[in-house]
Design a protein around this ligand. Structure first.
Ligand SMILES: [Fe+2]
Length: 292
C-alpha cells in the first residue's frame, strides 16, 4: 500500500466482543481476576473497561464460545469513508451501523466481514462514555493485541492491509504480525491447517516486566494457573504470561513491547526456524491448544 494510503488507516484496537458459554463465570473472571472495570450493560452485552481506556473495550454476551466482533478505532468520519471505499474497491462489502444499533462508545461505525467471516467493526469513537473509577494498580491498561487463527492467511493479510495494517514480522511457524501504530503488532494472524478461524489469544498491556511478574504472583495467589510463561518473545520483544479465561480463551498479560515510529516505512522481517517462542528459554513449550 502506498504511503499516502496508510495515512488513512485505523488507529488501533477499539474493543473485542466475545460470546461466552457461561456469562456469569466470565463476568466474575474479567472483573475479579483480570481486574477490568465492570461498566454494566450496553445493549445485549456486558461491558468492561481497561484502566487506560476512556471507553468499554471488552464486551461479553452469552453464546457458544467465539468472537462476536472485533472493532478498530478510526480517527474521523472522513477516514471511515476512505477505508470503507478501499474495502469496496477490493470487493468487500460493508454496512453502516444505524444510530439506534450503535454501542455507547461509538459515534459512527461500519461493519465488514473479513475473509474468514469474522465481523470487523470500524468505529469513530465517542470518548468519555464510562463511569470514572480509581484504577487498581495492577489492572491492565488496554487491549494491546488480538491474535486470530486463519486457514486463509494470504487473504486475511490482504483484508487487514486494506485497513492500513502493515506486516512487521513473519515467523517460520506461520505467524504474521501486523501493525497500525507504534506497537510492534496490534493484530497477528496464525496459520491454521485445520480450518480454525477463532481467537488464538487476546493480550492486555500491563506496562512493565515488574507488572507482569506482580500479576503472575497475584494470580498464583488466586490459584489461577499460568498456561505459558513467564517468558520474552522474539517478535515484539514483549514479556509474556498466558492464562485461560472460563470460556477457554488464552489471554495474556504482557509488557515492554517493541515500539516503532508509527509513520515510518515498514520492512517485513523474517524469523527463521532457529527462533523459539521464548528467548529466555524459561517458558518451555506452549500448551497444545495454543499451537494447533
Ligand atoms: Fe501475544
Amino acid at each position: 500500500m502506498a504511503a499516502q494510503e496508510r495515512e488513512r488507516r485505523i488507529q488501533g484496537i477499539h474493543r473485542l466482543a466475545l460470546r461466552v458459554p457461561d456469562l456469569p463465570a466470565a463476568q466474575r473472571f474479567y472483573r475479579d481476576v483480570w481486574l477490568l472495570s465492570d461498566q454494566g450493560r450496553d445493549g445485549a452485552f456486558e461491558a468492561f473497561r481497561s484502566s487506560a481506556e476512556d471507553h468499554d473495550d471488552v464486551l461479553l454476551v452469552e453464546g457458544p464460545s467465539q468472537i462476536a466482533h472485533l472493532a478498530f478505532a478510526v480517527a474521523s468520519p472522513d477516514d471511515l469513508d476512505a477505508i470503507t471505499s478501499r474495502l469496496e474497491a477490493a470487493g468487500f462489502s460493508f454496512k453502516r451501523i444505524a444510530d439506534e444499533a450503535m454501542f455507547r462508545a461509538d459515534a459512527a461505525a461500519a461493519v465488514a466481514l473479513d475473509p474468514d467471516g469474522r465481523e470487523v467493526w470500524l468505529v469513530v469513537p465517542r470518548p468519555g462514555t464510562v463511569t470514572a473509577v480509581d484504577a487498581l494498580p495492577l489492572a491492565p491498561h488496554r487491549i494491546g493485541h488480538i491474535v486470530l487463527w486463519t486457514p486463509a492467511q494470504e487473504a486475511a493479510e490482504r483484508f487487514y492491509t486494506l485497513l492500513g495494517f502493515a506486516i512487521t514480522d513473519r515467523t517460520n511457524a506461520g505467524m504474521s504480525f501486523l501493525r497500525c501504530n507504534a506497537d510492534h503488532h496490534s493484530l497477528a494472524l496464525m496459520k491454521s491447517t485445520k480450518g480454525k478461524t477463532g481467537l488464538q489469544h487476546i493480550a492486555f498491556d500491563v506496562g512493565s516486566l515488574d507488572n507482569v511478574m506482580r500479576n503472575f504472583a497475584r494470580l498464583r495467589g488466586l490459584e489461577v494457573e499460568c498456561a505459558w510463561g513467564v517468558g520474552r518473545h522474539g517478535p515484539g520483544n514483549n514479556v509474556f504470561s498466558y492464562y485461560t479465561d472460563p470460556a477457554g480463551n488464552y489471554i495474556e498479560y504482557y509488557g515492554e513491547m517493541e515500539l516503532f515510529d508509527a509513520d515510518a516505512p515498514v520492512e517485513t522481517r523474517i524469523w527463521g526456524p532457529e527462533h523459539k517462542g521464548d528467548v529466555w528459554g524459561l517458558a518451555g513449550v506452549p500448551p497444545l491448544g495454543f499451537r494447533e
